[in-house]
Write a protein that binds this ligand. Structure first.
Ligand code: GTP
Ligand code: MG
Length: 195
């Protein structure tokens, strides 16, 4: 996908700051450090649109990215980082509750998982949110470049099974490093945004 425009419009701490826009939204969630920001940069073909770091938990706000004035991508703070305080956890929960319960233009949820690890409790909780609110789900298995080719099939099967994914729920092997899966992601996300 050749985007003319990919722009961070707002980093929102709460619902009062959500952009006043009617663009359809797809939300990106995943554990801290799983590669959400790298994923955004890879699929938009921009090097520094989203902040990539080695300090897990840097993204604290909902970041709204406008793509070509057609689609909105919403980056969610990474959950599950080791030194999150109780207050931060509460705030995160409330922010996501608000978003899923109130945001009318939400169209889909992409959960990013590290291809090398089984899903965490928080990943399952996110999946539950999406099922409860009946929004489309896509799983992206990141850092695929770190999985030995001989383990690929096994890891993918194991992830699908542990999440009890339905046949029509896609799981896309992805690597921001070598750009594996970028085309595949667009093929899944465009119909979500346009649904
Ligand atoms: N090998 C490899 N490393 C990756 C990949 N994607 C991300 N990384 C690395 O993983 C680290 C975290 O990446 P980020 O994109 O910042 O992760 P994030 O999920 O946005 O992290 P937070 O916003 O802090 O929750 C960085 O050091 C990235 O360079 C990938 O596909 N392959
Ligand atoms: Mg990030």
């Amino acid at each position: 996908m050749n985007l003319q425009k990919a722009e961070l419009i707002v980093s929102a701490p709460d619902r009062a700051s959500w952009p006043d826009s009617e663009l359809p939204e797809v939300v990106l969630a995943g554990r801290s450090n799983v590669g959400k920001s790298s994923f955004i940069n890879a699929i938009t073909g921009r090097k520094k649109l989203a902040y990539v770091g080695n300090t897990p938990g840097k993204t604290r706000l909902l970041n709204f990215f406008n793509l070509d004035d057609r689609y909105m991508l919403v980056d969610v703070p990474g959950y599950g980082y080791a030194n999150a305080s109780k207050a931060q956890l509460m705030k995160f929960g409330a922010m996501m509750e608000d978003y899923f319960a109130l945001r009318k233009q939400k169209k889909g949820l992409v959960i990013l998982l590290d291809a090398r690890h089984l899903p965490s409790e928080d990943d399952f909780a996110m999946l539950e949110y999406a099922r409860y609110y009946q929004i489309a789900i896509c799983i992206v298995a990141t850092k695929m470049d770190k999985v030995k080719p001989s383990r690929r099939m096994h890891q993918i099967k194991q992830l699908r099974a542990s999440l009890a994914l339905a046949k029509e729920e896609p799981l896309i092997p992805f690597s921001a490093l070598n750009k594996e899966g970028v085309e595949e992601v667009w093929k899944v996300l465009i119909p979500m945004w346009e649904s």
